[in-house]
Design a protein around this ligand. Structure first.
Ligand code: PGA
Length: 237
């Protein structure tokens, strides 16, 4: 495991975007899994800028979405699909046949199987960039959820439902999610886990202490884990 702590969020974003661009440049045709969330969005913006500068070809790899709220589709503000399309896939010019994201309007179990087939057809996820939720989730791998193989339909934790409100333009009752499971994420060679801001300091501290109630702790033994924190998120270490 590598632990990277940057003084500022901007420094962190720059460091991560350059490292991700370097990896993508060296692994054309590989499958990359990117989290949708407020935390990593600046990294995606910087990757798009690096591509505009001619420093990386973001369409040289394939993409798998990490998770989705069951019940939300492409027209819904706050769906992971909409967030990633607007923040990354469209500005980066990723062709539709190079990306697959969960459809939250489709039958969740069928979606899981379809995503598993996509992952398998592209040789498994080799690189993933993840955030950590306020309850320690990665994707929708919630506290207490099984360490499932493949993709999972999960009951959303109360904290996830409460925090999720910030993504939506109106009140939503969302009880389920679909996600790539922790075991499939753990097969990646490189796992970037990112946290910024003081509000993440407690959960990051609990994760790094190996708290078994924190799903992200299960990534700690991964040899390719690189944890990226700004000074505020590292405040309880
Ligand atoms: P955030 O989401 O970046 O909005 O905090 C992280 C997460 O819940 O996975």
């Amino acid at each position: 495991m590598e632990l990277h702590i940057a003084e500022t969020r901007e420094d962190l974003v720059e460091r991560m975007a350059r490292a991700a661009a370097e990896w993508i440049g060296a692994h054309p045709g590989s499958l990359v899994c990117l989290a949708a969330g407020d935390t990593p969005l600046p990294v995606y913006a910087r990757l798009v800028a690096l591509q505009a500068e001619g420093r990386v070809d973001l369409a040289s790899v394939f993409y798998a979405g990490l998770d989705e709220w069951v019940g939300l589709g492409p027209a819904d503000a706050g769906s992971c699909l909409q967030v990633m399309r607007d923040a990354f896939y469209d500005p980066a010019g990723i062709p539709a046949d190079r990306r697959r994201v969960f459809d939250g309007l489709a039958d969740p179990a069928t979606e899981c199987r379809a995503m598993e087939r996509w992952i398998e057809a592209h040789g498994g996820i080799r690189f993933t960039l993840l955030g950590i939720g306020m309850n320690g989730h990665v994707g929708f791998n919630e506290p207490g959820a099984p360490d499932g193989e493949g993709c999972l339909v999960v009951a959303l934790d109360d904290i996830t439902q409460t925090v999720g409100v910030k993504y939506f333009d109106r009140e939503r009752t969302l009880r389920q999610g679909v996600t790539v499971g922790l075991r499939s994420l753990s097969k990646a060679e490189i796992v970037f886990l990112m946290a910024t801001g003081e509000r993440k300091a407690d959960i990051v501290g609990r994760m790094l202490s190996g708290d078994p109630a924190v799903p992200a702790s299960r990534l700690l033994p991964h040899p390719g884990l690189r944890i990226y924190l700004d000074r505020e998120a590292a405040g309880r270490l």
